[in-house]
Design a protein around this ligand. Structure first.
Ligand code: ZN
Length: 68
């Protein structure tokens, strides 16, 4: 059984009834994974994976340009 970890507080979610599926995170190397949170913490999480992906792309581009 997979232990679900709360995205908001990084604590394991012991009670399955307290686990809320926040979103499904895509992965380059596999089918991706589900992101979970405690029911009371789910409101704290913003699905900002798109923004993170854009930032990562910018950082990679900068790193490639600065290499000499
Ligand atoms: Zn939590």
């Amino acid at each position: 059984m997979t232990v679900r970890v709360c995205r908001a507080c990084d604590e394991p979610i012991a009670d399955p009834d307290d686990a809320v599926l926040v979103w499904h995170q895509e992965s380059m190397s596999g089918p991706g994974r589900d992101v979970w949170a405690h029911r009371e913490h789910s409101d704290l999480i913003q699905p900002d994976t798109g923004l993170v992906r854009v930032l990562a792309r910018v950082l990679i581009a900068k790193a490639m340009q600065s290499g000499d």
